[in-house]
Design a protein around this ligand. Structure first.
Ligand code: NAP
Ligand code: GDD
Length: 351
């Protein structure tokens, strides 16, 4: 078993962590994931992968830890001695970061530093992936690429700029294989319920099922470059398999407004005009907004051979089919067809 690669994932129970776990297990890795202590299980997204560690041959192990607790991070890294660390754990909600700026910065910025310090002190040849974000650009100068200056517009974005910079610094100062993925919004049926695409597709399914009458949203004019999460996970893996550590923008190159996503989603679900169901609640506005994000992934195309296959229209269909199933409704089915056609060798479980 000595040749088996070990990966440690922070944020394993999140959207991306769950897909990455599936990808790495399919590639023969032993996967260790950090979960936060809670009085209830919050591992629903990886429950289908989890096995009792007493069973021989188990390759997924969950360990308690927290990005705000240096000792737990140092202990896990020195004990596990991973070949690769995928650092996905974060307080990842932009609006929440205005409500909890200190916690967000502690977790996202200092959490990243804590891991890098643990790697440096361990002297192990660990490869490190940092989940940086298009939010760092603040929507200036579209489309953005790896050379676009940052203009963070939220505590979340500021914390990610620190994470990005400190990752680069540890690469340059200490020769650590440390790479940044500057990812644009990527969504899936496993997306957290409070992010706008999932809030819309879940809201539509609940309206269809007769559970809700209205869906309350904030700024409908903001534009995002929305892609499909499993594709982005393949890029993440590929970034750590490069001969040299580097930073990459990962995006579809297409942008759509929240309004545009609403129109497509309501139409596909057979509910017609979204305006009959959607009400604006200023509670969901942000103190400062990123108006437009569009990414230029030319470097990823050239060096990683990566290009997205799913656009926002197809994404809405995939997510609605999944949410219809979740609420006991018969899905329209086009989303399932798109998955079969575009991903014949899927490595993830369809929700
Ligand atoms: P997500 O679903 O919100 O998952 C975040 C994970 O981080 C959760 O598992 C959460 O644990 C964990 N976490 C939060 N605070 C923690 C702490 N103090 N200690 C340890 N773990 C903690 O996020 P995602 O969409 O998968 O995104 C993954 C990463 O990519 C994040 O860093 C995010 O900021 C970044 N990113 C995401 C996108 C996107 O569009 N999805 C785009 C660019 C960058 P619990 O399960 O216990 O809540
Ligand atoms: N969440 C939310 N809820 N957003 C809304 C709502 C609502 O009710 N109504 C309108 N929006 C708008 C937001 O103002 C924002 O402009 C846009 O929808 C997208 O919001 P989110 O889905 O919350 O995502 P985000 O773009 O703020 O952040 C996500 O993407 C980043 C990458 O660009 C997160 O995944 C971040 O972690 C990630 O870094």
């Amino acid at each position: 078993m000595d040749n088996v690669k070990k990966a440690l994932i922070t944020g394993i129970a999140g959207q991306d962590g769950s897909y990455l776990t599936e990808l790495l297990l399919s590639k023969g890795y032993e996967v260790y994931g950090i979960i936060r202590w809670d009085s209830i299980f919050t591992t629903q997204r990886i429950d289908h992968l989890y096995q009792d560690p007493h069973i021989k041959g188990t390759r997924l192990f969950l360990k308690h830890g927290d990005l705000t607790d240096s000792a737990s991070i140092i202990k896990l890294i020195t004990e596990i001695k991973p070949d690769e660390i995928y650092h996905l754990g974060a307080q990842s909600h932009v609006r929440v970061s205005f409500e909890m700026p200190e916690y967000t910065v502690n977790t996202n910025a200092l959490g990243t530093l804590r891991i890098l310090e643990a790697i440096r002190i361990s002297k192990l040849p660990i490869k490190f992936y940092m989940a940086a974000s298009s939010e760092m650009f603040g929507g200036i100068n579209s489309p953005q690429n790896e050379n676009t200056p940052f203009c963070p517009k939220s505590p979340y974005a500021c914390s990610k700029v620190f994470g990005y910079d400190i990752t680069k610094l540890y690469r340059e100062a200490y020769g650590i294989f440390a790479a940044n993925g500057i990812f644009y919004n990527h969504e899936s049926p496993r997306r957290g319920d409070t992010f706008v695409t999932k809030k819309i597709t879940r809201g539509i399914a609940r309206i269809k099922a007769g559970l809700d009458k209205k869906l309350y949203l904030g700024n409908l004019d903001a534009k995002r470059d929305w892609g499909f999460a499993p594709e982005y996970i393949e890029a993440m893996y590929s970034i750590l398999q490069q001969p040299k550590p580097d930073d990459f923008v990962i995006a579809t190159g297409e942008s759509c407004s929240v309004k545009g996503f609403l129109e497509k989603a309501f139409d596909y679900a057979g509910l017609g005009d979204y305006q009959q169901y959607v009400e604006i609640d200023p509670y969901y506005y942000r103190p400062s907004e990123v108006n437009v994000l569009i990414g230029d992934s030319s470097k990823a195309k050239e060096k990683l051979g990566w290009k997205s296959k799913i656009n926002f229209n197809e994404l809405a269909k995939i997510m609605i089919d999944a949410d219809f199933r979740k609420y006991g409704l018969t899905p329209p089915g086009e989303g399932d067809g798109i998955l079969k056609e575009k991903f014949p060798n899927r490595w993830w479980k369809v929700d």
